[in-house]
Write a new protein. Structure first.
Lengths: 507, 198
């Protein structure tokens, strides 16, 4: 008994010491970064919480991606400890979730500015943040420590649903929907209390669709054709429709703030983008219905509409470049504008060009389910969504520092420039390496060998595939280096800077 | 300043955006209802679960210019003929197990998933199982103990042990057999099955 109490006391003392130590560390960190939260409104303070978790999950995405990439080269690496399936699942889940965190953060960031009033349910928004973050942590711990379960409903409810991108167990799905509803309530209630705008209207309708679609992915079905049908409703209509429109909204607001573009121009463009995006993207869903058992008419519908999908992305490039040009690139936050421009081009090439390259059924029958898709996925997710979030991180940190000047000529500007270069170069390098692997697979595994298991491995063992995997890991390392530099830059940029950023007025 | 022409006005594009979105979504809903009814288990494209009682092959159809599943005479799974309900239960167990074991984050199913391991769409028909007589037994053994029955085709990539029970393994095999009978519009192209003559 006494042993137990002394043991318990020991644990308590250790815990207290650990708590004390981490408190000191946190305080040291705070005095080092010198960020003054009194520069932020309440809504912006909530936004930067989301951004902070987004950056941590971005780190997890790259880390687990590199573990999985290593396993392509050294198959025994972490075998039966952290298998490829686990690493890959965390890699893609961390990506989806960090981008969602980023988007929510962006919306909370500009909600007060756009509506002209304070966020209505701020307290609720804060609770939702902690609930979501707790749930995400728990889900990841279960992924890492429990990984899989028996073939029963309980596994799907509490461990893993085993459906790419939306693996989160069912209990977490319910939680995600509740948190999204709170977020949605905050957006609607705040605009209703303040003032509505074109941007507000598009945002609200888009969020209805975004949250509603998630529900389509919450059911178990024995019939795999039906299951994948609804699964694509969620994945496609998120990333190729509602997320793109959300980015359009965020982009519209940032162009007004960064460059002083007139609201009328920005909103007209936004409507054009919505028309083009939903007009091509909703039925473009058909390109996922070529080979899952669904009727032949999807070959025509999916091929036609997905071929149109790049058009809104071209429009977005024109929009961003034209506005930057007419305002002679005059702006007070150079890294943010650089990332906005990276977004316009990354979105066009990654989602548009790389998507179009393999979207027609005549080529897709050979490329479907090869590294070709991975190549497209890497450039598209990074180009369309990572970039805009990073741009916003820079807008946020500038404001947090008290709106100081952040220009290309500043003393430590090399950091953000190198981070920009390394991240974009790294992802582009991975994209090209995976594209080479995808071509090789399409020819050898698919066209020549006819997709048998023997054909699959003939392609996997081929030297050009193997070397592509080495190059992919190399460029993954480059991306990782860029990420480290990005975090360092975000924590230090504008420190000690006394010049104010020039105020940008609508013109 | 001149008046803004209609095609450049905000209100024109606002209306266009609403109509285009609503119209596209409506078409999608109609097509979804049609597709779901044409792909329910027991339809022409997606056979009933009792198809696991039959011989399944995948052959090039000269008229259609594509590979099509061919459903033949009786060929019982594990030597037993299953009723509609029994067959559904087997396939259901298998499907659920593939989700609970996270198969999709290494393999592709109907071409969707991860690219670390082979596609499972026609796995039941793969020549890798050597002969029809050996197939069921090899599959059960492989699924239950993949490490010691590894089939790495010279890649050194081994499936990990996923604690699959015998019952679950049989369910997975029933699911794979059923999935191989789905009409996937000719995907994968040029696949030579275990039934094909050399």
């Amino acid at each position: 008994m006494s042993m137990n109490t002394s043991g318990l006391n020991g644990v308590m003392q250790n815990a207290a010491a650990l708590y004390e130590k981490s408190r000191v560390c946190l305080n040291n960190f705070k005095s080092w970064v010198q960020l003054d939260s009194s520069n932020l409104t309440d809504g912006q303070q909530l936004a930067v919480k989301y951004f902070t978790v987004a950056v941590i999950l971005f780190f997890a995405q790259i880390l687990f991606g590199m573990l999985a990439a290593t396993q392509f080269i050294v198959p025994g690496f972490l075998y039966e400890i952290l298998d490829f399936s686990v690493n890959r699942m965390i890699h893609i889940n961390a990506m989806i979730v960090w981008m969602l965190y980023g988007f929510i953060g962006c919306v909370y960031w500009f909600l007060e500015d756009e509506s002209g009033t304070e966020i209505v349910g701020l307290k609720l928004g804060n609770i939702a943040f902690w609930v979501l973050t707790g749930a995400v942590t728990l889900v990841v711990l279960v992924y890492l420590l429990i990984q899989i379960g028996p073939g029963k409903d309980s596994s799907l409810w509490f461990i893993n649903e085993g459906r790419e991108y939306i693996e989160a167990p069912r209990w977490a799905d319910v939680g995600i929907v509740v948190v999204m509803l709170i977020f949605f309530y905050n957006v609607i209630a705040t605009f209703s209390k303040g003032k509505w705008s074109g941007i507000a209207g598009v945002l609200t309708l888009d969020l209805v669709a975004l949250a509603g679609l998630y529900v389509a992915g919450m059911f178990y079905m024995t019939n795999i054709t039906h299951e994948q049908y609804w699964w694509w409703w969620v994945i496609h209509l998120w990333v190729e429709a509602t997320w793109e429109v959300l980015v359009g909204v965020i982009m519209a607001w940032s162009l007004m703030k960064l460059l002083g573009v007139r609201r009328k121009i920005v909103q007209t463009w936004l409507y054009i983008e919505v028309a083009l995006m939903f007009g091509s993207g909703i039925l473009g869903l058909g390109h996922h219905y070529f080979w899952i058992g669904t009727p032949e008419y999807w070959l025509t519908i999916g091929g036609f509409f997905s071929a149109l999908e790049p058009i809104p992305l071209v429009a977005m490039v024109v929009h961003a470049v034209y506005d930057s040009g007419t305002h002679a690139f005059k702006n007070g936050n150079h890294p943010a504008l650089a990332w906005i421009i990276a977004q316009a081009f990354g979105n066009f090439f990654g989602a548009g060009v790389w998507g179009f390259m393999h979207t027609l059924p005549q080529i897709n029958i050979f490329t479907h389910g090869t590294q070709w898709s991975a190549s497209h996925g890497h450039l598209a997710f990074f180009g369309a969504y990572a970039t805009i979030n990073i741009a916003f991180f820079y807008l946020a940190i500038q404001h947090w520092r008290g709106d100081v000047w952040m220009g290309g000529g500043s003393q430590n500007a090399w950091r953000w420039k190198w981070a920009l270069g390394l991240l974009n170069g790294g992802v582009l390098g991975m994209t090209i390496a995976l594209l080479i692997a995808g071509y090789e697979q399409s020819f050898i595994e698919r066209a020549v060998e006819g997709s048998t298991w023997g054909g699959y491995f003939a392609a996997q063992n081929h030297p050009s595939f193997q070397s592509a995997m080495v190059w992919r890991l190399f460029f993954g390392g480059m991306t990782f280096a860029g990420f480290i530099l990005l975090v360092w830059d975000l924590l230090t940029i504008g420190k000690g800077e006394t010049r104010k950023a020039p105020e940008i007025f609508e013109s | 300043m001149n008046e803004t022409p209609l095609w450049a006005s905000e209100s024109f594009w606002k209306k266009t955006a609403i109509w285009v979105t609503a119209g596209s979504f409506l078409i999608l809903v109609v097509l979804t209802m049609d597709s779901l009814s044409k792909t329910s288990a027991g339809s022409k494209r997606v056979p009933a679960y009792t198809v696991i009682n039959k011989k399944i092959d995948y052959q090039y159809n000269k008229e259609l210019h594509k590979f099509m599943p061919v459903i033949g005479e009786n060929e019982f799974l594990f030597g037993k003929e299953y009723t509609e309900e029994e067959a559904r239960q087997w396939v259901d167990l298998g499907k659920k197990t593939t989700q609970a074991k996270n198969c999709m984050n290494c393999h592709t199913l109907l071409g969707n998933g991860a690219y670390y391991a082979p596609d499972l769409t026609k796995a039941w028909l793969d020549k890798g199982w050597i002969s029809r007589e050996m197939r069921e037994d090899m599959m059960v053994k492989f699924l239950m103990d993949p490490e010691n029955n590894a089939r790495t085709f010279g890649s050194n990539r081994k499936m990990p042990n996923l604690d699959i029970t015998e019952q679950e393994a049989k369910g997975i095999i029933a699911f794979l057999k059923w999935m191989s009978s789905i009409d996937t519009n000719g995907f994968p192209h040029n696949f030579k099955t275990i039934e094909a003559e050399e």
